[in-house]
Design a protein around this ligand. Structure first.
Ligand code: ADP
Ligand code: MG
Length: 697
C-alpha cells in the first residue's frame, strides 16, 4: 500500500491544486465566483481550463468528460480527447474555457419525462464548480449539472444544489434572530453503503443476477444469517484484498472512505465515509458505487448493489446521515452548552420534527423503488411508515416543555427556554434503536430507509427542502414577534411548544418492526405507503408542488416529468424481471426438472423390470409432477399477465396492474420453482444455488 498521505486526493483538482496551479488573481476570482454562486466569466474559465488540462495530462489523462447524473440514477459521461489538429500531421492537446463550462451531449436517450422531445434532443451540461474535477480512468471528469435548453433540470444534481440554497436561505433567517451572522448554511451527509460480493463465475451463470441484479429464484440455504457470525466477523482474504484496493482508489479520488466491515448477511459488507457537504457526498457516493463494481471485477468478484439480491437474507440499504451546519462548521443539530444555543438547537430540532411529519409522503417517495419494496417493512429495514426516533431523554425534555412540568425528578425544575441549559444526555443512549426509519443520533439524523442502489440526491433534496419550508414558517413567526416587540425567549419557547404539540405524533421510540406499531401508527394517522405504486402518486400532491415551487427547487413541470420518470422506471424494472423470470422458468428450470424426472422414471422402470421395489422413485416422481404442474400453470398465468400489461400504455395504471397482477403471479412461479429446487438433484439444477453464491468467497 502506498503512503495514504501521498495518494489522498492525488487525482482531484481541489483547492490546494488550484492554489498551486492557478495565477493568484485567477484563483481568487474563481473562489469568489464559487462562493457567490455566480456564472464563470469566459476569460477566467479559459485560464482555469488550461491549468486543469496541464495538470490532467501530467497525471496521464488523455480525455475529458462532463460527468453528470441523469435521472437513471447512475452517472453518465461522454469522452472527448484533448487532441486538436494543428496541421496535416500534428496535434496539440487543448481544452478551452468553453469546453470546461458548458457541454452539449446528445442527450435524447436519457429519461426526461416528456420535458425534452427527441427532436429537440440537446440538453446541456454546466460545470458545478462547488464539486472538484477529478481524474478517473485517464479521463478528466468535470462534475456538471444537466439541463434542457429551457433551463429545466434533467438530472439529480440541479435540484439538489437548489435545495441546498433553499435550506441555507431559511436557516440564515432563523440564525439572524439569534444574532448569528453567518453567510451560508450547508447540509452535510455521510452515506453508509451496504453491498454484497459474489463470485464472478457463479454470477455469470445466473441470468437473473446478470440481467436484474437480484435472484428471482432460490430456495433458502441451510444456513442463513441466523448464527449472526458474519456481522463484524473477520474479513476473508479475497474480500480484504478487494477492500484495500477499493480504499486506495477512493482515496485517490478524495473520497473519505473510513470504515469497512462485514454486515449482517453472509457475503454482505459495508463502507462508511467521513461526512461532507451534501453535493460532494452525493458525487462521492456515486463514485463509490461505481468504483466498487470496477474493483470487484479485478478480484474475480461482482459487487451487488441491489436492495434485495437474495430472498430470505437481509438486503442492502444505505444509511443517510444528515445534519446542517454553518459555513464555519458549527453543527446546528448539536445540543449547545449555553441557554441560547439550546433554544436555537431545540428550534432547529422542531423544524425537522415538523418537516418529517408534514412531509412523510415526500420522504417515503424519495426512497421508493421496485428494489426497495422487498426491504421496507420486511423486518430487516424500517417499515414503510415514516416516523422519528428521538430517544427517551430528548423526548422527555420536549414533553416537559410542552406540559410545563419538570423533566428531571431530582431537580423538580421546569426548563425555561433561553434561561436553562439542556441536561447532558449521553449520545450513546440515542443510538440504540436500529429499527427507526429516521433516528436522531446525538447531533445528526440518520435516514435509514434508502436502498443500496439509490442516488442519495433524492432523499437529501427532499430533506433540505422540507426543513427549509419549516424554517421559513418559524422565521415568519419569530420575525413578526420581534417586530411586535414581544419577548424573544418567550416567543421561541411558545413556538417550540406549539410545534411539538402539533407534530409529536411522528415521534416513536419503540420497536418499529412490531405489528403493534403498525396499528399504533394508523391510530396516530400516519401514512403507511407500503409499495412504490402506493407512494409515488403523493409526489405531485398540491401541497408538495406548492412547497417545491416556493423554494425554487422544482417547477411543477419538472415535478410532473419526474413523476412520470419514477413510474416508468418502476414499470420497466418490473417488466424486465417478469420477462427474465419467464425465460428462466421455461428454458432452464422446466427442462432441468424434466431431465431429472426422466432419470427417476427410467430408474423406476428398470427397478420394476428387475422385480425390485420402486416406491421411493414413484413417490418422488409424483411429488415432482405435482409441483411441475403448479409451475407450469403459474408460468401460463405470468405469460398472460405480461401480455395484458403490454396493452397498458399509461404508467400510472400499469404500475397498479403490476402490483396487483404481475407480482402475485411472479410469487407463485417462484414458490413452485423453489420447491422443485429442494427436490431436484444438485447436478441437475441449471444454475448455482444460494449456498454456492453466499458461501463461496
Ligand atoms: P453507525 O454505523 O453507528 O450508523 P457510523 O459511525 O458507521 O455509524 O457512521 C456514521 C456516519 O455519519 C459516518 O459516515 C459519519 O461521517 C456521518 N456523520 C457524522 N457526523 C455527521 C454530520 N454532522 N453530518 C452528516 N453526517 C455525519
Ligand atoms: Mg448507520
Amino acid at each position: 500500500m502506498s503512503n495514504i498521505k501521498d495518494i489522498f486526493a492525488s487525482m482531484v483538482f481541489n483547492d490546494a491544486v488550484m492554489r498551486e496551479k492557478l495565477p493568484k488573481e485567477t484563483y481568487k476570482s474563481l473562489i469568489k465566483t464559487i462562493e457567490d454562486g455566480k456564472e464563470l466569466d469566459i476569460s477566467l474559465a479559459n485560464v482555469v481550463a488550461n491549468a486543469m488540462k496541464d495538470w490532467a495530462i501530467e497525471k496521464g489523462a488523455t480525455h475529458f468528460t462532463h460527468w453528470f447524473q441523469p435521472m437513471t440514477g447512475v452517472t453518465a459521461e461522454k469522452h472527448d480527447s484533448f487532441i486538436t489538429p494543428v496541421s496535416n500531421c500534428d496535434v496539440i492537446m487543448e481544452f478551452s474555457g468553453k469546453e470546461l463550462v458548458k457541454g452539449e451531449p446528445d442527450a435524447s436517450s436519457f429519461p426526461s419525462g416528456g420535458l425534452r422531445a427527441t427532436f429537440e434532443a440537446r440538453g446541456y451540461t454546466a460545470w458545478d464548480p462547488t464539486s472538484y474535477a477529478f481524474i478517473k480512468d485517464d479521463t478528466l471528469c468535470i462534475p456538471t449539472a444537466f439541463c434542457s435548453f429551457g433551463g429545466e433540470a434533467l438530472d439529480k444534481k440541479t435540484p439538489l444544489l437548489r435545495s441546498m440554497e433553499a435550506v441555507s436561505r431559511q436557516a440564515i433567517r432563523v440564525l439572524r434572530l439569534f444574532g448569528n451572522k453567518t453567510k451560508k448554511v450547508v447540509s452535510t451527509v455521510g452515506a453508509e453503503q451496504e453491498y454484497f460480493l459474489v463470485d464472478k463465475e457463479l454470477f455469470e451463470k445466473r441470468k437473473d443476477l446478470v440481467i436484474t441484479g437480484r435472484t428471482l429464484f432460490g430456495a433458502k440455504p441451510p444456513k442463513g444469517q441466523e448464527m449472526d457470525d458474519h456481522y463484524f466477523g473477520s474479513i476473508k482474504p479475497r474480500v480484504k484484498a478487494f477492500m484495500a484496493e477499493l480504499d486506495e482508489e477512493l482515496w485517490k479520488l478524495g473520497v473519505l472512505a473510513k470504515t469497512e466491515h462485514n454486515e449482517a448477511a453472509p457475503a454482505q459488507h459495508e463502507l462508511a465515509p467521513i461526512f461532507g457537504t451534501t453535493n460532494l457526498a452525493t458525487d462521492h457516493n456515486q463514485l463509490t458505487m461505481e468504483t466498487m463494481k470496477k474493483i470487484a471485477s479485478r478480484h474475480g468478484l461482482v459487487c451487488l448493489l441491489h436492495e434485495k439480491p437474495f430472498a430470505g437474507v437481509n438486503g442492502s440499504g444505505k444509511h443517510n446521515n444528515w445534519a446542517i451546519a454553518t459555513k464555519e462548521g458549527v453543527n446546528l443539530l448539536e445540543p449547545g452548552e449555553t441557554p441560547s444555543e439550546n433554544a436555537q438547537f431545540l428550534l432547529f430540532l422542531c423544524a425537522v420534527i415538523a418537516a418529517v411529519d408534514d412531509y412523510q409522503d415526500l420522504l417515503r417517495v424519495s426512497v421508493a423503488s421496485a428494489g426497495n419494496d422487498h426491504r421496507l417493512g420486511a423486518n430487516e429495514a424500517p417499515p414503510a411508515i415514516i416516523s422519528m426516533f428521538l430517544g427517551d431523554e430528548l423526548t422527555a425534555i420536549l414533553d416537559s416543555i410542552e406540559n410545563g412540568t419538570p423533566y428531571d425528578v431530582h431537580k423538580q425544575s421546569v426548563m425555561e427556554i433561553g434561561a436553562d441549559v439542556l441536561p447532558k444526555f449521553a449520545k450513546d443512549a440515542t443510538d440504540r434503536n436500529r429499527t427507526s426509519p429516521f433516528a436522531f443520533t446525538g447531533n445528526k439524523f440518520e435516514f435509514r430507509s434508502l436502498g443500496a442502489s439509490h442516488s442519495v440526491s433524492g432523499p437529501n433534496l427532499t430533506l433540505n427542502t422540507i426543513v427549509a419550508e419549516e424554517l421559513s414558517r418559524i422565521a415568519d413567526k419569530l420575525e413578526a414577534a420581534v417586530e411586535m416587540g414581544e419577548d424573544f425567549n418567550k416567543s421561541v419557547g411558545a413556538l417550540i411548544r406549539d410545534i411539538y404539540r402539533q407534530h409529536k405524533r411522528i415521534i416513536f421510540n419503540g420497536n418499529n418492526y412490531s405489528d403493534e406499531w403498525i396499528e399504533e401508527a394508523e391510530r396516530r394517522g400516519l401514512l403507511n405507503l407500503r409499495t412504490t405504486p402506493d407512494a409515488l402518486p403523493c409526489f405531485v400532491a398540491r401541497k408538495n408542488i406548492e412547497m417545491y415551487e416556493k423554494h425554487k427547487v422544482f417547477t411543477e413541470t419538472e415535478m410532473r416529468s419526474r413523476d412520470d420518470i419514477h413510474m416508468e422506471s418502476y414499470c420497466k424494472v418490473m417488466n424486465i424481471e417478469a420477462l427474465t423470470m419467464l425465460d428462466m422458468a421455461k428454458k432452464q428450470i422446466l427442462p432441468a426438472v424434466m431431465k431429472y424426472k426422466g432419470m427417476l422414471c427410467k430408474t423406476a422402470v428398470s427397478a420394476a423390470s428387475l422385480g425390485i421395489t420402486n416406491d421411493v422413485e414413484v413417490e418422488l416422481i409424483n411429488k415432482i409432477s405435482t409441483l411441475v404442474g403448479e409451475l407450469n400453470e403459474s408460468i401460463g398465468a405470468l405469460e398472460f399477465a405480461i401480455d395484458e400489461s403490454h396493452k397498458i400504455a399509461d404508467h400510472y395504471k400499469l404500475m397498479f396492474f403490476i402490483r396487483d397482477e404481475i407480482i402475485p403471479t411472479m410469487n407463485s412461479v417462484r414458490t413452485a420453482a423453489d420447491g422443485l429446487e429442494e427436490m431436484v438433484g444438485e447436478d441437475y439444477w441449471p444454475f448455482p444455488t444460494y449456498d454456492a453464491l453466499l458461501f463461496n468467497i
